[in-house]
Design a protein around this ligand. Structure first.
Ligand SMILES: Cc1cc2nc3c(=O)[nH]c(=O)nc-3n(C[C@H](O)[C@H](O)[C@H](O)COP(=O)(O)OP(=O)(O)OC[C@H]3O[C@@H](n4cnc5c(N)ncnc54)[C@H](O)[C@@H]3O)c2cc1C
Length: 439
């Protein structure tokens, strides 16, 4: 078979790997000029490692991607340091990444703290996410750990991640987050981009053709084949795997609507958040207590009402040595917003100024003179919003156009989006396609 893959992000690369391993031909169309998708990196002059445009790490439970890396023979290039995660409350960061630090947390009474701990333990051990998906996270957590613990600890984080829709998020999503988290966080030597470049090179050796700068603008059925149009040139394939977002897929293949209106309705109903990230290269360390990840609780879905204009303050060089980045201290300020939010449209420098203005609260000594350089990265498709009974809302990997398959972040439920699940879904789509063609 001759199979095309749309997208050279982790899902597209993993799908191509399965395709060539099964002995078929594969061509990847990628709109950007390199592989990586949302996990892609960039490098400033003097840096020896690439830095992810959006903060990225793996958990030790990320078996699909770590298994793939082992299969490729590169496990010795995976690092798993144990950085510090903290929670901001009442003007201070509080370490919050192990049972003892949670027990010591000063802004919650003993009984709610015990209920918080027991609920967390239950979520780590329980496997029955299906029974949780009919409840919102707010309903289930309030009932289980009590209103007080929920409101102090989890509500601010849910607001931070999902803004105005935080009350609608299913408990199954929350379960998946707690169930799979580990304290050791992983990366690849040289950054995620190094892994993705190496993987793309291995695929090329195996015969995969990469078309970079090739934005697919139409996909349609063609008498048992699938026709792709990219940049005015059309090519026919036996099958196609799209890793574009649900919204983008509908635009690429409007024929889906005519063939199966219910499938199109499912694609259209999937909602997601966007993300805005400001990266700073600083001359000095921002969080001298060594915190890597500082959760900044949001008190209101209206971002201007919260203490901080963003939800995650990540000091990357408190996780990985700054020698990889020419001695710079690397900071990410990250926020999730609805796709039409001003943060995704406003001039880059205005967004940077707004986020930078909050840093003095974390370290009063901070001065804008510490900033050597800054970058802004934004995307409107960053985080699917899983609603109650979400399993029934997910469109099948096989679309109504014969031979066209879809594998994207919105389909990895109950798991939260991540490169691990991108690999999982990319492999699943490829195996399913191959199996169905063999029948
Ligand atoms: C803020 C943020 C933080 C994250 N943190 C983590 C983390 O800590 N750990 C982790 O593992 N994951 C993290 N992720 C998630 C991770 O980046 C994604 O889950 C993963 O990249 C999804 O892979 P994908 O291949 O499905 O999609 P993408 O990475 O989005 O790749 C899709 C590719 O398809 C291409 N494409 C789309 N349409 C077309 C078209 N019409 N023609 C040609 N090409 C097209 C795009 O250019 C893109 O390269 C984070 C994401 C964000 C936004």
């Amino acid at each position: 078979m001759r199979i095309a893959v749309i997208g050279a992000g982790p899902a597209g690369l993993a799908a191509a790997w399965e395709v060539v391993k099964a002995g078929h031909q594969c061509l990847i169309y990628e709109a950007a000029d390199r592989p990586g998708g949302l996990a892609a990196g960039f490098k400033d002059a003097g840096w020896s490692w690439e830095l992810e445009k959006f903060y990225h790490h793996w958990f030790q439970t990320d078996h699909d991607i770590l298994g793939l890396i082992a299969e490729l023979g590169w496990s010795d290039q995976v690092l798993f340091p144990r950085p510090k995660t903290s929670l901001w409350a009442k003007g201070k960061p509080h370490l919050f990444d192990n049972p003892l630090s949670m027990l010591m947390y000063p802004h919650l009474e003993v009984i709610p703290k015990v209920r918080f701990g027991l609920t967390g333990l239950y979520l780590r051990l329980a496997k029955n996410w299906q029974s949780m998906e009919k409840f919102t996270a707010e309903e289930w957590l309030t009932r289980t750990m009590g209103k007080r613990a929920y409101e102090v600890l989890w509500r601010p984080m849910l607001i931070g991640k999902f803004g105005e829709v935080y009350r609608e998020v299913t408990m199954a999503w929350f379960w998946a987050r707690i169930h799979t988290r580990t304290t050791h966080l992983g990366t690849f030597q040289g950054g995620f981009q190094r892994f993705l470049d190496q993987f793309a090179a291995r695929l090329q050796e195996k015969g995969v053709t990469f078309c970079y700068g090739a934005s697919v603008n139409q996909v349609k059925g063609d008498g048992g084949k699938v026709l792709i149009n990219a940049g005015g040139t059309s090519e026919s394939f036996d099958a196609v795997i799209s890793t574009a977002s649900p919204e983008a897929l509908l635009k690429l293949a409007p024929e889906i609507e005519n063939r199966d209106a219910a499938y199109a309705t499912k694609l259209r109903a999937l909602r997601h958040m966007g993300a805005a990230v400001v990266i700073l290269a600083l001359k000095q360390q921002l969080m001298p207590d060594g915190t890597y990840w500082l959760n900044l609780p949001a008190s209101s879905p209206d971002k201007s009402q919260s203490e901080f204009p963003f939800v995650a303050l990540v000091e990357h060089t408190n996780y990985l040595p700054r020698e990889h980045y020419g001695g710079d201290h690397i900071i990410y300020c990250g926020e999730y917003v609805m796709p039409d939010h001003d943060y995704l449209k406003m001039p880059e420098d205005d967004l940077a100024k707004l986020f930078i203005s909050a840093l003095k609260r974390v370290n009063p000594a901070f001065d804008s003179g510490w900033i050597r350089k800054h970058w802004v990265f934004r995307t409107s498709y960053a985080q699917p919003i899983p609603l109650i009974n979400h399993s029934q809302r997910i469109p099948d990997l096989r679309t109504p156009i014969p031979g066209l398959y879809s594998a994207n972040m919105s389909q990895v439920y109950p798991w939260d989006r991540g490169t691990n699940y991108a690999v999982m879904i990319g492999k699943q789509a490829a195996s399913r396609l191959i199996e169905e063609f063999q029948k």
